[in-house]
Structures are given as C-alpha cells and as structure tokens.
Write a protein that binds this ligand. Sequence first.
Ligand SMILES: NC(=O)c1ccc[n+]([C@@H]2O[C@H](COP(=O)([O-])OP(=O)(O)OC[C@H]3O[C@@H](n4cnc5c(N)ncnc54)[C@H](OP(=O)(O)O)[C@@H]3O)[C@@H](O)[C@H]2O)c1
Length: 331
Amino acid sequence: MDHRPFGRTGLRVTPMGLGLAALGRPGYINLGHGDDLAGRRSVEQLEDHAHRVLDAAWDAGLRYFDVARSYGRGEAFLGRWLRRRAIDPEAVVVGSKWGYTYTADWQVDADVHEVKDHARATFERQWPATRAALGDQLDLYQIHSATLETGVLDDADVHAALADLKADGVAVGLTLSGPRQAVTLEQALDVTVDGTPLFDAVQATWNVLERSAGPALAAAHDDGRGVIVKEALANGRLTPRNDEPAFADQHALLHDQARRLDTTVDALALAAVLHQPWADVVLSGAARIEHLHANVAALDVDFDDEAADALAALAEAPAAYWQTRDELAWT
Ligand SMILES: NC(=O)c1ccc[n+]([C@@H]2O[C@H](COP(=O)([O-])OP(=O)(O)OC[C@H]3O[C@@H](n4cnc5c(N)ncnc54)[C@H](OP(=O)(O)O)[C@@H]3O)[C@@H](O)[C@H]2O)c1
C-alpha cells in the first residue's frame, strides 16, 4: 500500500487505517455491533478478537491505527499486539486521544459509556496511562471530540501542555464531531503557542451523507495539517447491513453505482472518501475481518465522475445527520 506524507509531521501514512472504537470494549454504537461479538464478551475474548482483526489489517497493508483512552481497553490491546508482533515503531503510525473517560465498566447496557472533560487535569491523568499502554509507539495524541462548547480551544493551560508534548516528539491533533465540525476546525487552525500553530492534524467525520466539513478539511490539508477521516460509512448506515426502510431509496442509488463499478456499497462509500484530495487517511471501523476485507477493496475501486455526481444526491442536512447519529443505540 502507498505511503503519503501526513501534513508537516514528518510521518508517512497509508491511505487507509483501522480504528479500534468497536474493538476495545463490548458495547459500541455501530449498527449490528452486538451480533459481531456473538456473546464472546470477556476481556480475554475481546483482546483475542481485536488481535485477529489487527493481524488481518496488517496483512492487508494498513499501517495507521486509531485508538482512544475511552475505547475500553483499546490502547492496552493495541499496545500488547504491537509488542507481541514485535512491530517496529517506524513501520506504523499510531494515534490516540484524550478527553473522554470510559465509564461503562464493561457493561453494554451502562447508563453512561463515556464522559467528556477537556480540562488540563484530564490530560494530566490520561497522558501517563496512554504512554504506559503504547510506549514509544504513539505518534499522535488528539483532543477527543473537541467542540467550541468545551472551551478547549481557548484554554491556554491545555495548549501549553500539548505544546510540551510536541516538543517531546509527539504530534498533536484534535478530533471533531457534530454539525459544527467546520467552524470548530477553522478556530483550531488559528490556535498558536509562541507563534507556532498548535495542531498538526485533524480527524473528522466526512462521508457521502455528511459532507459539511469538506471545505474546512481541504483548507487544513492545504495548510499542512494531516487529515484523517472517520465514520466514512456513517457507523454502518452506508453498508449492506442497513435495512432501514427510510433509507431504501438511498440504498438503491448506492447499489446501482456499486454494481456499475463492480464493487460493494461500503467499498464505494470509502472510495468516495479516498477520492478527496485532502483526505490523507480514511479509517475502517470494521469489527469483523470479512468487513475489513470488503472495506480494503475500496482502494481498488475506479471511482469516477459519474459516481461522484450520483452520490452527491445523498447529502443530508448536517443537523439531520447528527440527529440520526445521536439516536444510534449502544449494542
Ligand atoms: N470522535 C472521534 O474521535 C471518533 C468518533 C467515531 C469514530 N472514530 C474512529 O473512527 C473509526 C471508524 O469509525 P466507525 O467505526 O464509527 O464508523 P464506520 O467506519 O463509519 O462504520 C463501521 C461500521 O460499518 C460496518 N461495516 C463495514 N463494512 C461492512 C460490510 N461490508 N458489511 C456490513 N457492515 C459493514 C461495521 O461493521 P462490523 O463492526 O460488524 O465490522 C461497523 O458497524 C473508529 O473505530 C474510531 O477509531 C473516532
């Protein structure tokens, strides 16, 4: 698989990476997650499963791995996999995140699965835990779901701590969520410490249903920031498993284009992201190996103008998209 520069970080990334949101804990919001685990939900079973999916990703050529403090034991699972396979830190790029605390206690029906707090104290508590799990394999540390409301973009104390991390050789980024991703990113690009832009990278949601962050992500890319795309499949809505009657027309359109290009709906949706010149890495969030393989096939799709024009009709209003996203159940 190709490697390309990741902004000005000096890191080189593959165009597709693997996210561990659904692999580090028993409960997640992706469609059908409960079925993926088939009742195998102990810590040992989940770690074994995560390692098998990581092996499949490695064999497919993926060299970017995305995790977070709040993905249950995701950091520990990834760290042990990297050590057991004796993977050279230079051979992979690993990004993690701080700012959400996992609170589900390994229960799928927990009232609250994660709690957000972007104060410096949270960073001070979570950073040593991330370092302990991932050691010198960690390349990028991101604020998890930064929003204007949390105040983190105005918090000089947090910025100073992140600047120190950068000085120690860890790239610094932020991830975005919600209908105001673009405006949040525009503000983040202006954050400096001692005259130097703070954020090396951004991770945001962009898919054929929710495109509103596109221009801001293009600007970030042009400005030398690395760009990672998450939720490219809208948490499973852009896959064959979405049988929502309300999505039937959109599904038919996706199917027609997928059939024309001799591919699957999920690979087509991922190819639409790969087609964006500003997207450095797109994440697969697959928890099943067969889905991961289907996702990787996106790299071979001959995405063309006809597909781009047809899929443009799928764009939803951001507020409506995020409302649907907020209503997804943890399973
Ligand atoms: N705020 C943040 O920073 C943030 C937020 C969300 C996500 N992320 C990162 O982005 C990564 C990817 O996002 P995501 O997992 O939420 O979303 P996603 O990639 O949009 O969707 C993943 C879903 O698609 C399903 N799928 C994929 N291929 C399929 C196929 N061929 N047939 C049927 N189903 C298929 C997966 O099923 P299976 O699971 O059954 O394979 C899973 O349910 C996460 O792992 C995480 O690392 C970050």
